[in-house]
Design a protein around this ligand. Sequence first.
Ligand SMILES: O=C(O)CCCC[C@@H]1SC[C@@H]2NC(=O)N[C@@H]21
Length: 253
Amino acid sequence: MRLPPGFRVMAFDSVGSTNDEAKAFARSGAAEGTIVWAKRQESGRGRRGRGWTSPEGNLYSSTILRPSRPPAEAAQISFVAALAIADTAAAVLPDPDGVRCKWPNDVLVHGRKLSGILLESEAAARGGVSWLVLGVGINLRHFPEGTDYAATSLAAEGAPALQPAALLEIYAEQLARWYGVWAEHGFGPVRAAWLKRARGLGEPIVVRLPDRTLTGTFADLDSDGVLLLDRDDGAGRQRIAAGDVFFPPAVET
Ligand SMILES: O=C(O)CCCC[C@@H]1SC[C@@H]2NC(=O)N[C@@H]21
């Protein structure tokens, strides 16, 4: 497999969750750039305790990173990953402009969710992160039905037949590129590129929080990745650090 300098793959036919495997390797000292890749997962995990159905044919990878940054900044890696996934999808799809980023870290193709990111980390004793595991699932051949947010796959969107290993090579190259940009120049260029690909910027959105649902205009992304929402109810601009974003259907006038 062709990988960028500094990256290596540990390949498995089946694991519970590649994130769990990668965390165990990280704790026992595996180097930055180690990618745990499995053909399928028996108990793949999504955000907020949800599951991630993981049949053979899609990409399941977890990359160990060891950025020398405080934990709050390390969280920006989810935007780095979203850009890497978006550029991977754009490289293989017939309509690259149909690829959009949805806050905080989903990638959509023609409005449907293509991938998921699960970032887990361990704080270091002196304030940094000792490791970070970047779990990424990309729907290549299959996608789940009946999810909260409609899903799709690269195959359904017209990508040529590709093996997961070939997709992993493209993704690793894009990840190395965006991780390099972030490590060298910080969040600024990552934020700018993410905003260029963002779905719904300047448009009405619905934000579902654990205890309530807010509506308003997606005004901007803060310099730390927080979503800025201009609320419809006159309550002004609100910083949203975590939540699920939905786009209301367009109404014809
Ligand atoms: O809920 C989401 O959108 C995040 C899904 C993340 C799934 C990936 S697949 C590879 C890695 N291993 C896991 O168990 N989860 C992540």
